[in-house]
Design a protein around this ligand. Structure first.
Ligand SMILES: Nc1ncnc2c1ncn2[C@@H]1O[C@H](COP(=O)(O)OP(=O)(O)O)[C@@H](O)[C@H]1O
Ligand SMILES: [Mg+2]
Length: 404
């Protein structure tokens, strides 16, 4: 992305994010001014919704446009679309209207983030940061252009998410953990969808990829040392995706050696590689777990599910010390469940719990990842906590975090 000015100098100090405030409501304007009168931000200008906003965005070249939208929504959609066409800024929409249809239409019009009013100063700044990250205006995410992610000095962390059974929330967790890692660490993140039959991460990240692991594997026959990055899809959430085939009948055979090569390539380029897998145990899943710096099993808290976890853990003993590094995440944890009260021994320590959260389903219905739809939701907060715990505790014996 060419922005005409460096956003992060070589010493790593971050330039202030330049924000254009767009609203016709004096109270909202006052709240926005107050929020962005903070370190790390500068108000680049203020504009009325409509053509004024589009002109000013083109002239001022802000990093982020914070646009306040209320009914009637249609003119706002037109403005959003014109802004997306006229400017490469991140576009964050704030609104007291939060029905799913509106959110969906606004996001489709080119917005990068949507947040529901009322919002605290922190939440407004978070929305701006998210929109900036999603639009690639944060140097850490697209410092050298959209197709060349930041290379960390050491190789990136690899988080493989697996589960013994389907429907435990594995893909939802993988997609949203990717988003939260990109946000909280200001890092380059790629999500790999290794659920080769029923991959759902593309849908969860609201994208329709036309390239992915199938094409990578096909071309590899001709060019075995070819890089993986040309096969990635950019998503609005700021993370990149190596998509699974869209057709379950696709004849695709990925081997454990393929997985090893994918992980080596991607972890040399990205700060975080998050791998979603098919339910159950397979050699491919085993290879992805074995290569992970943080292997995670997801389970629901029922007795049958926990026994299935134990079975997978036993299978994994053939994969070196992977079970030593393994963490268990209990999803749909119940209010009364503590980690000590599980009805069966899963054979691995519980490190995190996430509760059932209706916002996950509402976001899924809107076709927006929950961490973009409702960043303040319990689910997103749990994932944020997990994301921020990863670096600090990775590799050490686990502690229980995220138990609310
Ligand atoms: N903590 C949660 N609260 C509410 N719904 C959830 C939660 N976690 C997952 N879900 C929902 O459960 C369903 C299955 O999730 P998914 O990620 O597809 O599971 P898996 O990949 O393990 O098969 C989805 O509809 C998802 O939105
Ligand atoms: Mg899945």
């Amino acid at each position: 992305m060419v922005t005409g000015r460096p956003e992060r100098n070589s010493a790593g100090a971050e330039a202030a994010l330049r924000v254009l405030l767009v609203t016709s409501d004096p109270d909202v304007l006052e709240a926005l001014r107050r929020s962005f009168r903070a370190p790390g931000f500068t108000v680049a200008g203020e504009a009325w919704p409509g053509i004024d906003a589009v002109r000013r965005a083109a002239a001022l070249r802000p990093d982020v446009v914070m646009m306040h939208v209320e009914e009637p929504i249609v003119p706002a959609l037109r403005t959003a679309q014109a802004l997306a066409d006229a400017s490469s800024a991140g576009l964050a929409i704030i609104s007291s209207v939060d029905d799913l249809e509106t959110v969906r239409r606004v996001m489709n019009a080119g917005a990068h983030d949507f947040a529901t009013l009322p919002l605290s100063d922190d939440e407004l700044r978070d929305a701006a940061n998210r929109a900036a990250a999603a639009a690639g205006r944060r140097a850490a995410i697209t410092s050298s252009g959209p197709t060349t992610p930041q290379r960390s000095s050491t190789s990136g962390r690899v988080i493989t998410i697996a589960s013994a059974r389907g429907g435990t929330g594995k893909s939802t967790i993988a997609a949203n953990l990717g988003i939260e890692l990109a946000r909280t660490k200001q890092a380059g993140v790629v999500v790999v969808d290794l659920d080769l039959l029923f991959g759902s991460v593309a849908m969860m990240l609201d994208t329709l990829p036309d390239i992915g692991i199938q094409e990578w594997k096909r071309d590899r026959a001709k060019n075995p040392s070819g890089a993986v990055s040309p096969y990635l899809t950019e998503t609005r959430s700021g993370v990149r995706l190596l998509a699974a085939p869209t057709d379950p009948d696709a004849e695709l055979e990925i081997t454990p050696a393929d997985v090893a090569d994918l992980v080596t390539d991607l972890s040399s380029t990205y700060d975080y590689v998050v791998i979603d897998t098919a339910a159950g145990y397979s050699e491919v899943t085993g290879a992805a777990l074995e290569r992970a710096t943080l292997p995670v099993l997801v389970s629901t808290p029922e007795i049958g599910a926990l026994r299935a976890v134990h079975y997978v853990v036993d299978r994994l003993r053939a994969h070196g010390d992977v079970t030593e590094r393994m963490s268990l995440l209990i999803n749909y944890a119940r209010a009364y469940t503590t980690v000590h009260e599980l009805p069966a021994d899963p054979g691995v320590d519980v490190r995190w719990e996430i509760r059932h959260d209706v916002q996950v389903l509402r976001a899924a219905a809107a076709g927006v990842p929950v961490s973009m739809h409702k960043a303040g939701s319990m689910f997103s907060r749990s994932l944020r906590e997990i994301a921020s715990s990863i670096e600090d505790h990775d590799g050490s014996r686990r502690r229980v975090l995220g138990v609310m």
